[in-house]
Design a protein around this ligand. Sequence first.
Ligand SMILES: Cc1cc2nc3c(=O)[nH]c(=O)nc-3n(C[C@H](O)[C@H](O)[C@H](O)COP(=O)(O)OP(=O)(O)OC[C@H]3O[C@@H](n4cnc5c(N)ncnc54)[C@H](O)[C@@H]3O)c2cc1C
Length: 440
Amino acid sequence: MHNPIALAALWILAYMVICLLPLGVVLLHPAPDPRGFWTEFSVALGFIGLALMALQFVLAARVNRIEASYGIDILLLFHRYTSVVAFGLVIIHPLILFVTRPETLDLLNFPEAPWRARLAVISTLAFCLMVVTTIWRKSLRIPYEPWRAAHSVLAVVAVGLGFGHGIGVGFYLGQFWTIVLWSGFIAIALWLILYVRLVKPWMMTKKPYLVEEVKPQRGDVWTLALRPMGHDGFTFDPGQFSWLTLGITPLSMREHPFSMSSNGDRRDRVEFGIKALGDFTSRIKDVKPGTKAYLDGPYGVFTTERYWDTAGFVLIAGGVGITPMHSMLITAAERQDDRPFLLIYSAQSWDDFTYREDLEAFKDKLDLTIIYVPREGPEGWQGETGYVDKALLERHIPHHRGSRQYFICAAPVMMDVVERALFELDVPVTHVHMEHFNLA
Ligand SMILES: Cc1cc2nc3c(=O)[nH]c(=O)nc-3n(C[C@H](O)[C@H](O)[C@H](O)COP(=O)(O)OP(=O)(O)OC[C@H]3O[C@@H](n4cnc5c(N)ncnc54)[C@H](O)[C@@H]3O)c2cc1C
């Protein structure tokens, strides 16, 4: 299917059908001896909650076709919100039973309770822990990698034991079609875990890369250049990103997402512009040429490639958010794209504009206008200064707003301000595309 909106709608429809499938099967094959409205209602909520939880494995599995319909940031937001809904349902499920059948409160007596109730308690606790450590990860000062590893383990525990609880109760999960359905869910979830954690990394070991060069850039950014080793590499749509693992093996959980900054049409060399911000990124400058690297990609819908019929582009970058724009510009320059590009680029100071010399050189090959926006200009600076806001955008973006596609990549605050400003300046929302570097 070529219509992206229809395809996106189809995925949502499929998602809803799968969530409601357990109820459909129960309705088609009702239990011989129903247990009263509130009990059945509570069980229905539990089933939907468990189905939603099982579906989270699909959302987190980087399925290229699904990701290509929405973009990773939207998918992760959806993952977050639907997890909260699933959590609500899983909590309401026993609460209804406790209120309508108070004798079920005895099931909370862990040492005495039957194992089906213990599984439910452990599953719910795992789910609680997962939600708390995700929502408050930064306040709790949990580093990203340990959090990610624990998140995966807790998810398996919560869903696995939730399913075990259903089998233990045996009322519906003792019936043939319900067992078939849930076995299918569990098999798919297990396959996705195996695929993401073992199969895909193993396939990546067959296509390693070598670090060719590590080069300093302005703005505390380092260019990391990789060369495919024993294979053809890949082409990508300018603006897309890959998950990068350095050294050891892709089976480790230490992979980080970075936008490619180089020409998307070149297979023999792929470059990233990495800003030293934290644990992993601060060590890029010490990476030795010859180090092995692995890439999982390309991913992402933040690309000029999808808008081949637009009259031109407005790129709005802040700091290291220039990396996907650099890829868009270099690819367009090499392809001799004759459409107009306007780059509005904000950085701390004139010396912090990463790729400044490259960008100036692109003007020889492209119809490119660059508006630099340093917080404070150098001595004698005549250009813009301060922050990118509505007034600044109004001075520079084309009068015919809908004639361009707008790409924004910057710090979260700047992205919010620019998105709102473009909306107020009557830029059609469907023409605005954003890449969030800060996912969690
Ligand atoms: C689509 C996308 C494209 C990106 N492109 C670039 C780029 O071109 N250049 C650039 O400098 N940065 C880019 N980033 C940001 C980059 O991935 C993070 O800065 C980097 O992973 C931080 O790792 P750290 O260990 O140095 O920092 P930390 O201090 O450990 O982490 C800082 C924050 O980065 C995020 N993060 C950390 N590790 C991971 C991980 N393994 N996976 C996902 N998020 C993580 C978390 O939100 C964390 O709170 C991009 C991010 C995304 C999502």
